[in-house]
Design a protein around this ligand. Structure first.
Ligand code: NAI
Length: 281
């Protein structure tokens, strides 16, 4: 899998493109508009400059040379692996998988999704190759966090899972865990209700945002509190994952609290928009 495609060069897609290029792979990242492509390029440049300053990569410029940013899905025709990291919307992702199925020509190419909560079955079944469709779920920030969740659907071939595991572990140096094709997989099924509980606590006036976050940092050794973490994940993504979990399991603990809904409606999306539970410069 030397030629990798990444669709979406936002927070996650840029991180995935970066770790693939840092592993020496040839990467094409596809964005949906010139402005989004430019934003993706800036995101990659900033992250790689940081990695260079910290001595994690020898030359940011050399890594960037292995990444081409395109606005055309057709450029992915020769890829052996395509990882989708676009907006968390089932209809939009399904349309993309149907298009990728037509475009990506190698019969054994793998089509993967970085979705946090959408059933892989729904993406596999819009293609003619559901045996080669699976979830490869990275964690944010991708260059820093070592975990990926591998999510086969009931139709994914074991060989596909094996190739994806080899890619994640041997090529990217990540640790892979395997999960069932259920909303939230392992990590988000545990993490999202925890974040939602913190938002409800803030909403009810039970404690301030600082006290909630400090409580978990100093009392439970979390590296950051749940509200700061929600800002990092993105409040739109947090809400979308909560809705998928609620839809799947119908448990009240997964229902997005009204405060989260209002913040997303107001464009307060966390770090990526400059304001969420905290304000960022
Ligand atoms: P984001 O909003 O930062 O990036 C999404 C990017 O996709 C945007 O740059 C947008 O222009 C682009 N895009 C949208 N539709 C497109 C299309 N049809 N073709 C090409 N590009 C398109 O979102 P983020 O946070 O990167 O999330 C992406 C995916 O990764 C979602 O499925 C999310 O659930 C998942 N994810 C997010 C995590 C997080 O912590 N934010 C963690 C793990 C997975």
């Amino acid at each position: 899998m030397e030629r990798v495609g990444v669709v979406g060069c936002g927070q996650m897609g840029a991180g995935i493109a970066e770790v693939c290029a840092r592993a020496g792979l040839d990467v094409i990242a596809v964005e949906s508009s010139p402005a989004a492509a430019e934003a993706g390029r800036r995101r990659l440049e900033a992250s790689l400059a940081r990695a260079e300053r910290k001595g994690k990569v020898a030359s940011a410029a050399e890594v960037l040379e292995r990444i081409r940013i395109s606005e055309s899905l057709n450029d992915l025709a020769d890829r052996s692996l395509v990882i989708e990291a676009i907006v968390e919307n089932e209809r939009v992702k399904a349309e993309l998988f149907a298009a990728l199925d037509e475009i990506v020509s190698a019969p054994d190419a793998i089509l993967a999704s970085n979705t946090s909560s959408i059933p892989i079955m729904k993406l596999g079944t819009v293609t003619h190759r559901p045996a080669q469709v699976l979830g490869i779920h990275f964690f944010n920030p991708v260059p820093v966090l070592p975990l990926v969740e591998l999510v086969p659907s009931l139709l994914t071939a074991e060989e596909t899972v094996g190739r994806a595991r080899a890619f994640a572990q041997d090529v990217l140096g990540k640790h892979a865990i395997r999960c069932q094709d259920r909303a939230g997989f392992v990590v988000n099924a545990l993490l999202i209700p925890f974040i939602l509980a913190a938002i409800r606590m803030l909403e009810s006036g039970f404690a301030t945002r600082e006290d909630i976050d400090e409580g978990l940092v100093r009392g439970a050794a979390h590296p950051q509190g749940p509200l700061a973490l929600a800002d990092l994940i993105g409040l739109d993504t947090t809400k979308a994952v909560a809705e998928s979990l609620y839809e799947e399991f119908k448990e009240p603990l997964y229902a997005p609290p009204p405060l989260l809904a209002r913040m997303v409606e107001g464009g307060l999306l966390g770090r990526k928009s400059g304001r969420g539970f905290y304000t960022y410069s």
